[in-house]
Design a protein around this ligand. Sequence first.
Ligand code: QAP
Ligand code: CO
Length: 189
Amino acid sequence: MAIRDILIWPDPRLMKLSKPVELQDGKPPDDVKTLIKDMFLTMYDAEGIGLAAPQLGVLQRVVVLDIRAYEREQADGKVEVPSGETPIALINPVFSEKSGKLEWEEGCLSVPGETGMVTRAAKCRVDYVDVDGLPQFIEAEGLKAVALQHECDHLEGKLFVDYLSPLKKGVIKRKMLRLIERNADEAAE
Ligand code: QAP
Ligand code: CO
């Protein structure tokens, strides 16, 4: 088990379609179980609330989510109490839109330090297989619905920046390219 490096957009691997996990005797293989553990470690280390496998360069349909950290941030009063159970690992998630529209200021561990307003479905359903190979589904709203849509998008090679204006996207891209360059320089020192 290990913390892995998170790819920074526009790394081309973030724009690829991820493949479904092939279950063996109805169970996820050991490398996928290790991947899920590493995804949680990496997400917590980076102080994120969601992470998709392609962000670690693994093009498989696996997502982890733990929105409790976000709940704590909001603990001063209002906002919302996200529904349902997290932390959660989703294998082969299939998203279906339920209803409504919800605007949220999103960020992404692959686009560090940047945010943008994205409109998503306010309620959604996600069918998936859990770490034990059991078919499950979640019906979510609010932050949890936003997070599930954001993470499922990663499996299609899509990021929140793809919903922004070309101008804003371009500004963020230049910043990220500079960051990638700086990281490479530091690694070479
Ligand atoms: C996806 O995002 C998400 O820029 C998860 O400097 C986004 O965990 C779900 C993060 C919005 C729901 C709503 C981003 C941490 C974490 C940063 C994240 C940063 C440090 C983002
Ligand atoms: Co993301």
